[in-house]
Design a protein around this ligand. Structure first.
Ligand code: IPM
Ligand code: MG
Length: 360
């Protein structure tokens, strides 16, 4: 059956990188149909909303979404509901994309790109499984109110609500245990159970679900310690599972261990394996339109799409191999440029991956 793929390029470098990723996808000879729609600031400019109904409908009716990036300084003063980021949050919520996979892999060819010592990061291969549709990100009530009593009585107060329902924790736990079982079998659940009720509850459920996965070793770590261990001894981790807010922070930290956020893809899945695939990096408006952005994270997002949504393992492997070959050839975009390599632009990098795929 024809697979329907929605391409949502977004803002900044989004259109440039999705163009190359879509070319790679098209070069695989699979039975797919791609349709493009605006999202983020681009959609606000055209339709007055970062996630217009037509874009949401296209996303809902597709089997997978290839997402570029959203955001630009020029939208910073819009009210929150109209800001580009709301498109991402809206898509996650509307499609129920609760399971976010963020791998942090150090490519041997890029060993010197990290700001950490090579011995600390060489061979790094960790996976962060972040819960994506709950927690303080979506908890109600939230807003600004007047304090009723106590020392701040009568003042205005900003507030959000952190909560997790049992089924929300259970389903992300299962996803994470299953991912760990396919890897080295070690799962570290990150929380703040020494302070937060939500975290103690999260931890209790993790321990309960662990009974169903005797071959996975579960450990627990407080989020502050996890932030520290990620830069001290990151290779000690295999899979990390954590809530939405902690996962947001730790996944940026983990990405930076590799020194090349331009290389890291991510996948957000619902319980039907419908997924949204996007680079871990943002829209980089400072370099937009110059043809110099690194398209590899978005190209590797296509590989994740083939693996997670379509079980097209051979095609997914082929993309990863092609990317590795291109790095072996010494081709580098500016963000990963190193001595002795040849600097190329976005399109030339895409060309090289397509060519490598054809020669595999
Ligand atoms: C991410 C981003 C988003 C998040 C923003 C853009 C809403 O930082 O995907 O990590 O906080 O989840
Ligand atoms: Mg983030």
């Amino acid at each position: 059956m024809t697979k329907k793929i929605a391409i949502l390029p977004g803002d900044g470098i989004g259109p440039e990188i999705t163009e190359q990723a879509a070319r790679v996808l098209g070069a695989l000879g699979l039975d797919i149909e791609m349709s493009t729609a605006p999202v983020g600031g681009a959609a606000y400019d055209q339709h007055g909303h970062p996630l217009p109904p037509s874009t949401l409908k296209l996303a809902q009716e597709s089997d997978a979404i290839l997402f570029g990036a959203v955001g630009d300084w020029k939208y910073d003063n819009l009210e929150r509901a109209l800001r580009p980021e709301q498109a991402i949050l809206g898509l996650r919520k509307a499609l129920g994309l609760f399971a976010n996979f963020r791998p942090a892999i150090l490519y041997p060819q890029l060993a010197n790109a990290s700001s950490l010592k090579p011995e600390i990061v060489s061979g790094l291969d960790i996976l962060i499984v972040r819960e994506l549709t709950g927690d303080i990100y979506f908890g109600q009530p939230r807003g600004v109110r007047e304090v009723a009593d106590g020392p701040f009585k009568g003042e205005r107060q900003g507030f959000d609500t952190m909560h997790y329902a049992e089924s929300e924790v259970r389903r992300i736990a299962h996803v994470a245990f299953q991912a760990a079982a396919k890897r080295k079998g070690r799962l570290c659940s990150v929380d703040k159970a020494n302070v937060l009720e939500t975290s103690q509850f999260w931890r209790d459920i993790m321990i309960d679900v662990a009974n169903e996965y005797p071959n996975v070793e579960l450990s627990h770590m407080y989020v502050d310690n996890a932030a520290m261990q990620l830069v001290r001894a990151p290779k000690a981790f295999d899979v990390i599972v954590t809530g939405n807010l902690f996962g947001d922070i730790l996944s940026d930290e983990a990405a930076m261990l590799t020194g090349s956020i331009g290389m890291l893809p991510s996948a957000s899945l619902n319980d039907r394996n419908q997924g949204m695939y996007e680079p871990s990096h943002g829209s980089a408006p400072d370099i937009a339109g110059q043809g110099i952005a690194n398209p590899l994270a978005n190209i590797l997002s296509v590989s994740m799409m083939l693996r997670y949504s379509f079980a097209e393992t051979a095609a997914a492997d082929a993309i990863e191999q092609a990317v590795s070959q291109v790095l072996d050839q010494g081709l580098r975009t500016g963000d990963i440029m190193a001595e002795g390599c040849r600097q190329v632009g976005t399109a030339e990098m895409g060309d090289a991956v397509v060519a490598a795929l054809k020669n595999l």
